[in-house]
Design a protein around this ligand. Structure first.
Ligand SMILES: C[S@@+](CC[C@H](N)C(=O)[O-])C[C@H]1O[C@@H](n2cnc3c(N)ncnc32)[C@H](O)[C@@H]1O
Length: 290
């Protein structure tokens, strides 16, 4: 083991201890706690801590699925306090359609009323995103539109927050164009939808397929799971992760395998729910009950 490995392992151990939950860590200012968001309190603390203490400037910070700016402002808050000298060309790259569609019943019927927000004109939430992130503009590069139309024009990603893989097509795009930008032995990827009852099954399946290339660091109890990128993924393997190339049987096998890795009741239930939803979507459930 080299000196560099020891430093890396010490740092990973520190992250495993979730230092963002310390009573001594309390990011505040710029109304960051008042922005309507879908992420939890622990996720906010985690994002801010990582951009303040983990990010070194070896690659970009990427916020996939910025919505109203909740994840963005915590990433930006941490970055604005980061003491590293190598951050000159480092930005938070924010991707979103910034569009709420009326068919999105969860957002329209639950989320907007909860935060006392009206359905915006034409469903356009970009003005709200700009208002919420206004004080952090110097840290942001915003890509408005479908992620499938964007190809990163930077070489490396040091911190990748994934909250946009809501369909097989966005999943395929993220694995083809964003994951290859991670830095082996350095980057962290956060799968925000992993520990959620209603998520698509691809987050869990992907992390099983790439098990030899990522080390699970920790999670935020619900939603986010943090992974350390240990070594470069061969191109052929990434290509074989394209959703349509994985057989249905393999998908179910990987979901069942992943379920065994979780020991807290609520976390296991979330994976079970994803399995059940996936089987229903394949019309397999009635088959199972026979
Ligand atoms: C759960 S929300 C993100 C929540 C946000 N991170 C927060 O802190 O509140 C998911 C976002 O992904 C965006 N999204 C979903 N599919 C997309 C796609 N194909 N391209 C771009 N954005 C997409 C949606 O517009 C939505 O704002």
């Amino acid at each position: 083991m080299t000196g560099r490995d020891i430093v890396r392992d010490d740092f990973l151990l520190r992250i495993k201890s979730k230092p963002w939950l310390s009573i001594n860590y309390h990011p505040e200012g710029n109304s960051i706690w008042h922005i309507p968001t879908m992420i939890s309190k622990e996720e906010k603390l985690m994002l801010s801590w990582l951009t303040e203490f983990f990010v070194t400037g070896k690659g970009q910070i990427v916020d996939l699925g910025s919505f109203l700016g909740g994840s963005t402002v915590f990433l930006a808050h941490g970055l604005s306090n980061n003491k590293s000298k190598a951050l000159n060309d480092i930005f938070i790259h924010c991707y979103d359609t910034f569009q709420i569609v009326l068919e999105d019943k969860h957002v329209v019927n639950y989320f907007l009323p909860k935060f006392e927000l009206d359905y915006p004109l034409g469903g356009d939430i970009y003005p709200l995103f700009k208002k919420h992130t206004n004080t952090f503009l110097e840290y942001l590069k915003v890509c408005k539109g479908k992620i499938e139309n964007y190809y990163p024009n930077y070489d490396k990603i040091e911190l990748l927050f994934v909250d946009v893989m809501k369909s097989p097509s966005s999943y395929n795009h993220v694995i083809s164009h964003f994951i290859p930008k991670l830095i082996p032995g350095k980057s962290i990827m956060i799968q925000q939808d992993y520990l959620c009852h209603t998520s698509g099954p691809w987050h869990v399946i992907l992390m099983e397929l790439l098990d030899d290339y990522f080390e699970l660091i920790t999670d935020t109890s619900i939603n986010s799971v943090l992974y350390f990128y240990t070594r470069e993924i061969p191109q052929e393997l990434l290509e074989s992760c394209i959703w349509e190339k994985i057989s249905k049987d393999k998908k179910i096998e990987l979901l069942e395998r992943a379920k065994e890795k979780w020991f807290l009741v609520h976390q296991k239930e979330m994976i079970e729910n994803q399995i059940s939803n996936f089987k229903k979507s394949l019309h397999l459930l009635k088959y199972d009950l026979n």
